[in-house]
Design a protein. Structure first.
Length: 427
């Protein structure tokens, strides 16, 4: 059993990139925070880790903070229980402002000045400092693959794993590969046959829409493409056309605001679909507010990913996560940040005599063994395949939104697996 190749997750950040394009660039507002500076317990000096987040990026403060918040919650709980062998985990956070300059500054401060043992749960809009992290031999554990860094450099371990050689160039010859399991799922399990792909007339949005269209066609779908103007989008016309074409599914290459407006337009014209498919970044408890004016479309929202639904309270690891985040808004990225912190902790616990070093943690990460974070993740593997896979058996976590219930799990993610082709794309 294999987990998903993260082609779709890697490109799904086009949604927030689009919003950034509208705002233009700006100087970073780096906010280097010192956290966890209470005296260490008698077990020894603190174990210092770093978290880089594009918290004040041009696309808004909440876009990238989920992984950071989940990781910090895990470390808070860990420290309350005695840390790692009696050593407190000292978390140093750095906001890179969503820019490459800011990201390099964060890498310099955390890696070279603060000498962190590892980076955890990175969520950077522009991971410009990735090569410096790799050269320093600092393991970066459980980061979100917003760009191609986790498919490019050694010592970087994305939350979804990698098969690529990672020798300084993305993927294989500059190309990454991803599967069609999402489209296979909706075809096989939900009987979908016609899919609409809605995008902006903007380069990044259009490129992602083409990738989705290729995947859908590879799975035998009839595909309806809808493109709206980035500055003055006519969502109603797009919604009316996808209704006329009889679309079962709707995929998009747009930001959350655009998605909400498309949903409103679909409700207005009476477009009923099997699923309006979104992604792990939008798998949040704020759906009721984000889509408040589109009740029919809201209840047709489905999300797919590679981690256990944060609403799955029947699972002990999920219950522990929710208990630590009690009283806060929840998201799937928070759960994945929690899993990343657990991953680092499990690595650190293998270090002899409590001597937690970069090299020791990196050895754990390079084991040829899948990792599941106590069942929160579909088994994650890291390999260095010389050639890209032609096909792969990949598994899928699926949930759908229901008012009054939240995200309802659809099937067991470890059994929901498909043998699917792997399609090349350029990051």
């Amino acid at each position: 059993m294999s987990r998903r190749v993260p082609a779709v997750e890697t490109l799904l950040v086009v949604a927030v990139l689009l919003a950034g394009a509208a705002c233009g660039s700006r100087l970073p507002e780096s906010d280097f925070e010192r956290r966890g500076t209470a005296p260490a317990p008698a077990g020894g000096a603190p174990v210092r880790v770093g978290i880089i987040t594009s918290a004040t990026s041009p696309v808004g403060g909440a876009a990238f903070t989920g992984p950071r918040d989940g990781a910090k919650a895990y470390f808070d709980r860990l420290n309350a229980r005695g840390g790692i062998g009696g050593r407190r985990v000292e978390v140093r956070t750095c906001d890179d402002g969503g820019s490459g300059v800011g990201n390099n500054d964060c890498v310099h401060r955390l890696v070279e000045e603060e000498k962190v043992v590892a980076l955890v749960a990175t969520s950077a809009l522009d991971y410009a400092g990735a090569a410096r992290v790799s050269r320093a031999g600092v393991p970066d554990i459980g980061g979100q693959p917003i760009g191609a860094a986790y498919e490019t450099y050694p010592h970087l371990y994305g939350i979804y794993g990698s098969l690529a050689p990672r020798r300084g160039k993305p993927g294989w010859g500059g190309e990454l590969y991803g599967g069609t399991e999402v489209y296979r799922y909706f075809k096989r399990e939900q009987g979908a046959r016609t899919a609409a792909v809605v995008s902006y007339n903007q380069a990044a949005s259009a490129a992602y829409a083409r990738l989705v269209t290729r995947g859908l066609k590879a799975e035998g779908y009839k595909v309806v493409t809808e493109q709206v103007d980035f500055a003055l989008p006519n969502f109603r016309a797009a919604a009316a056309d996808l209704k006329e074409q009889g679309a079962d599914l709707v995929f998009d290459a747009m930001d959350t605001h655009g998605n909400a407006r498309l949903c409103e337009a679909m409700d207005d014209v009476g477009a009923k679909v099997t699923a309006k498919v979104t992604n792990v970044q939008n798998w949040t408890s704020s759906v009721g507010d984000d889509y408040k004016d589109a009740p029919r479309c809201r209840n047709a929202l489905w999300a797919t990913g590679s981690s256990r639904n944060y609403e799955d309270t029947g699972h002990p690891a999920v219950r522990e996560f929710r208990a630590a985040l009690r009283g806060k808004a929840l998201s799937q990225w928070e759960l994945e940040g929690w899993a990343a912190a657990m991953w680092f902790t499990d690595a650190a616990k293998t270090c002899l005599n409590g001597d937690v070093t970069r090299a020791c943690v990196d050895r754990f990460m390079n084991r040829n063994k899948p990792y599941t974070a106590r069942g929160l993740l579909i088994p994650v593997t890291f390999e260095h395949r010389a050639e890209p896979p032609g096909t792969r058996r990949t598994c899928l976590s699926v949930a759908r939104w229901r008012d009054g219930e939240g995200w309802v799990t659809q099937g067991d993610m470890n059994d929901q697996c498909f043998d699917v082709p792997q399609l090349a794309y350029q990051p």
